[in-house]
Write a protein that binds this ligand. Structure first.
Ligand SMILES: Cc1cc2nc3c(=O)[nH]c(=O)nc-3n(C[C@H](O)[C@H](O)[C@H](O)COP(=O)(O)OP(=O)(O)OC[C@H]3O[C@@H](n4cnc5c(N)ncnc54)[C@H](O)[C@@H]3O)c2cc1C
Length: 526
């Protein structure tokens, strides 16, 4: 298996239960994936902590206490390290090793995996748990290497403390990560300049500590919590309103939105009327509500206007959750550079030059996100049964069966791969479904003496068409975001791709269950 994040840890646990001989190969020097790498100030959940933990062990649920409703990165990393230690998983993991290439051999039905350090390993089944947001992308700007000060992508934020007081800091980007960093460091740096290409619609996280009574209640009601998550489209505790938006008055809608805006987490996005994500007119109304909030929170009307997106409505991209993000721009030491007005020309030795002037910095932070979902796959050269490269097969848009099986790439199980349902959810809820399915498949293969399995081409095409069709129902289809595979920072990704299953967790789980119950009829086995 490749990857020791949330997904790899759970899959390893399930394989060991079955007595399967397994090793996990991980680039990082420890387990945790996302939560091992992203150590930037402000990194934290937008999932409720108590909906994010694994559900498979009652003892684990009982003994672990989250301190905040939305835990920060250090706590989540401690949690994942605790899971690894508690279930004695580390001895099956190899760290500091990056997989470069994996080649399938048709004669032996095995994969040979080549590592960066020159070693190679052979296995019958190769499972990928390599993450959806694990391939950081720097901006395609000339001169990035010429800067003489300190600069890094947020993914590689130094793990040792970094004193930014009195420093002139640039943050490039205004996506979910940037929104967290900017709000967290605004009052801790000498001077902060934010370079914004496209603003995002952000909403308050409304985080708080978990009180003793809440802790007790959470632990007593885990069954109900996970049952609720299993019924919502995103696997979150927040599900859409059940009544049609048209049956409510403007005053009722306003009251609901005020309540949701003041409530913790994704409620304002995922607990809203379905129509706000599907219908232009409904979306325009909630969009105006959120735009008003931004105007109320930002003192300077010109800055407020620049922070209001004009190219998409609220909720058509994943909504970055924030704590005092908009208020950061009211501080005299925080400046906004609108790159739509004055684009970056290049990074220089001293800082960043736009078409207007050169800004000098001590530190440049690239909060420019990821080559999402397919990025980690494209960084490994997977060569399938007929010498086909996976990168080539997916060069248009990814083609898979259920996001987990690929025709021409036998015995490769892409846990949470592109087009899987788990990719668009509160991740662990989706990933537990995927891992349980993959585990069941391996049991089936073992019981039936099957040594080779891959997706049937017709089933793969039908699934890929279905994924594409589901995009059609959502305003998301028009978005230029990582969920539509669009990324101006990655060559070849300036186009829409159908990357995730948007039909919702319950429907996806049903498909998985039906496929397994019928004996995997859409897989070719021998
Ligand atoms: C800042 C941030 C905040 C997030 N917040 C939330 C949230 O609140 N809720 C939510 O549901 N999701 C959130 N996510 C998404 C998050 O990625 C998932 O929740 C989850 O951690 C993914 O787990 P994973 O194991 O699939 O992948 P990852 O955690 O990304 O782990 C993949 C691992 O594979 C390794 N790997 C990749 N390629 C190779 C290779 N070639 N060789 C060896 N090793 C390799 C990587 O080093 C990495 O450790 C967030 C993501 C980020 C970046």
């Amino acid at each position: 298996m490749i990857g020791a994040g949330v997904c790899g840890i759970y899959q390893l646990y399930r394989l060991l239960e079955l007595g399967i001989d397994v090793t996990v190969l991980e680039s990082g020097s420890g387990p945790g994936g996302t939560w091992f790498w992203n150590r930037y100030p402000g990194a934290r959940f937008d999932s409720e902590s108590w909906t994010y933990g694994y559900s498979f062990s009652k003892e684990l649920l009982e003994e672990w206490s989250w301190s905040e409703h939305f835990a920060a990165q250090p706590e989540t990393l401690r949690y994942l390290e605790h899971v690894v230690e508690r279930f004695d998983l580390a001895r099956h993991m190899q760290f500091d090793c990056t997989v470069e290439r994996a080649v399938f051999d048709d004669d032996s039905n095995t994969w040979t995996v080549s590592l960066f350090d020159g070693r190679s390993l052979t296995c019958r089944f190769l499972m990928t748990a390599i993450g959806l947001l694990s391939a950081p992308a720097l901006p395609r700007i000339e001169g990035v290497d010429s800067f003489q000060g300190e600069s890094f992508h947020t993914f590689y934020w130094p793990s040792e403390p970094l004193d930014l007081s009195d420093k002139r800091v640039a943050v490039v980007g205004t996506g979910a990560t940037a929104v967290q960093v900017i709000a967290e460091i605004a009052d801790k740096v000498g001077d902060l300049t934010v370079f914004q290409r496209h603003p995002n619609w952000c909403a308050p996280l409304n985080n708080s500590s978990i009180t003793d009574e809440e802790q007790e209640h959470i632990k007593a009601t885990y069954d109900e919590i996970f049952e609720k998550c299993a019924t919502t489209p995103g696997g979150f505790i927040h599900g859409p309103q059940q009544r049609p938006m048209a049956e409510t008055s403007p005053a009722e809608r306003r009251a609901l939105w005020e309540e949701l805006y003041a409530s913790p987490g994704f409620g304002i996005w995922l607990g809203n009327f379905r129509e706000t994500l599907m219908d232009e007119e409904a979306n325009a109304e909630i969009t105006e509500f959120i735009a008003d909030k931004i105007r109320q929170r930002v003192d300077d009307p010109l800055i407020a206007d620049k922070l209001i997106p004009k190219d998409h409505g609220f909720g058509s991209h994943r909504v970055p959750m924030e704590t005092n993000y908009y208020e950061a721009y009211n501080r005299p030491n925080v400046h906004l550079v609108d790159l739509l007005e004055t684009p970056i020309e290049r990074v220089t030795e001293k800082g960043i030059r736009t078409t207007a002037n050169e800004h000098e910095f001590d530190v440049i932070v690239y909060a420019t996100g990821f080559d999402a979902i397919t990025g980690a796959f494209n960084r490994i050269d997977f060569v399938g049964s007929d010498g086909q490269h996976l990168r080539d097969k997916w060069s248009g848009s990814p083609i898979t069966y259920l996001g987990m099986q690929i025709n021409g790439f036998p015995n490769l199980i892409t846990l949470a791969g592109p087009t899987a349902g788990s990719v668009s959810t509160n991740f662990p809820r989706g990933i537990e479904d995927a891992v349980n399915w993959a585990t069941g498949l391996l049991v089936h293969l073992r019981e039936h003496g099957i040594t080779r399995v891959e997706a049937d081409p017709a089933a793969e095409q039908a699934w890929t068409d279905h994924v594409r069709e589901m995009y059609g129902f959502l305003l998301l289809r028009k978005a230029k975001s990582w969920m539509t595979g669009y990324n101006a920072n990655v060559e070849g990704s300036e186009k829409t791709r159908y990357m995730i299953y948007t039909g919702g967790s319950p429907r996806y789980r049903k498909r998985l269950t039906e496929e397994a119950a019928a004996g995997y009829p859409n897989l070719i086995k021998s």
